[in-house]
Structure formats: C-alpha cells, structure tokens
Write a protein that binds this ligand. Structure first.
Ligand code: SAM
Length: 204
C-alpha cells in the first residue's frame, strides 16, 4: 500500500489515505511513532488543537465530515505549527470500520455528537452497540473512550451502551481534559446547559 501522507505536509495537516479499502498503518499517517488518539466530529478543532499543544508526546487524528470545518482547523493547526495533529475528512463510522488498525488507539474523544433528538432519528446516532464494539476493537488494552454531550437522553443511551458492554469499565475523566472546553460546549454552558460527561476504559 502507498503512503497516506499529508497533501502538502509543509502547509497542511490534511491526510489523504492511499486506499479507502484497506486498513492503514499509522506510520503512513504520522512521521513519528507515538501513542495515538482520535477525535471524532472535531468541529472547529477547539479541543483537538489545545490537546495537541498540551501533549506533544501523542499523535492526534481529528476527523470531521464538513469541508469548511476541516479547512478552518487546518489553518489553525498551521498557525500553531503543530506537527502531532492530522486531519481527515471522512464519515466517522466508515473510518472506524475500514481504516483504523485493531488495537492501536490510546484514546477516542467524542464530544457533542449530533443528538438526533426525534425518536424516529435515533437510529442515526453514532453511539450505539455497534460503535462500542468498534471502540473495543480499536482501543489498546486500558485505552479510554471519552464522551460528552449536552443532551440528557443521548447521555443515557451512551451510559447504557457502554455499561452493558463487557469490554469496558467506567472510569473518571481527568480534570485536565475537562478543562479543555469545545466550541459547542462553551455555547451550551453560556446558555446554562451543563456538560454531561463519561469515560470508559477498555478491559482489553
Ligand atoms: C455538534 S458538532 C460538535 C463539534 C465539536 N466536537 C464541539 O464539541 O465543538 C458535531 C460535529 O460532528 C461532525 N459530525 C457529525 N457526524 C459525523 C460523522 N458521522 N462523521 C464525521 N463527522 C461528523 C459534524 O459535522 C460537526 O462538526
């Protein structure tokens, strides 16, 4: 398989996988070998960029399906001169199912995923049993999934899915992570809507 390199590594953090039909190797994505964390639905990159700045010892991949948001994050990453964060425009489920190597992620961050509030649309929510199984397959033993939402019923679904999975145990979320607010989170909190959060550790 060819290398999934940044389009222009000097100017852009965006990567283009050499194949969308084969599991990649992380050495094709990042130059340096470091523990890898993934953020799904990274939005404007408010968490991704701060987390990458604070943790040069990890590599971070930010995933987002909207091109405008990818471009905005790319500009900010370039301005901050960060080399430990890459971006991929892709649908999160496809990435999890087809591209990421088994047992290779130290952490997955999923913050304020679309809640699909109408009951008939709940089937579109990203967090479900299938998602938990994918997280279990892709995390390293002791790897952690971190979840945040403003939406009480979606939060209940998140807790139900992960607490019913044999492969995970609930763990506390480090305060250093909670300190990093996302763009949507700041908006919700400013309106008085609190953040609901949970973290689950992979039993391996
Ligand atoms: C409500 S916003 C939250 C953004 C950011 N996490 C934050 O908290 O500020 C959800 C983001 O996830 C992206 N998104 C939703 N579903 C996605 C999917 N299936 N794959 C990739 N990105 C997705 C949306 O485009 C949007 O930017």
């Amino acid at each position: 398989m060819g290398r999934s390199k940044a389009l222009n590594p000097e100017l852009s953090a965006r990567i283009a996988p050499a194949s969308f039909f084969q599991v990649w190797q992380w050495s094709e994505v990042f130059d340096e070998t470091k523990p890898i964390e993934l953020e799904l639905g990274a939005g404007d990159g408010s968490f991704l960029i701060q987390h990458a700045e604070r943790h040069p010892e990890i590599n971070l991949l930010g995933v987002e399906r909207l091109l405008g948001r990818i471009r905005k994050m790319d500009r900010r990453i370039h301005q901050a001169q960060l080399s430990n964060v890459k971006l991929l425009r892709i649908e999160a489920s496809y990435l999890l199912k087809h591209l990421i190597p088994r047992g290779s992620l130290k952490a997955i961050h999923l913050y304020f995923p679309d809640p699909w509030p109408k009951k008939k649309h709940h089937k579109n929510r990203l967090v479900n049993t299938w998602f938990a199984n994918q997280c279990h397959r892709l995390l390293i033993p002791e790897g952690v999934i971190h979840l945040r939402t403003d939406h009480a019923s979606y939060f209940e679904q998140m807790l139900e899915v992960f607490s019913q999975s044999d492969g995970f145990t609930q763990t506390s979320t480090p305060s250093s992570l909670l300190d990093l607010k996302t763009d949507f989170e700041r908006g919700f909190n400013a309106e008085g809507i609190p953040t609901l959060h949970a973290s689950y550790r992979c039993a391996g």
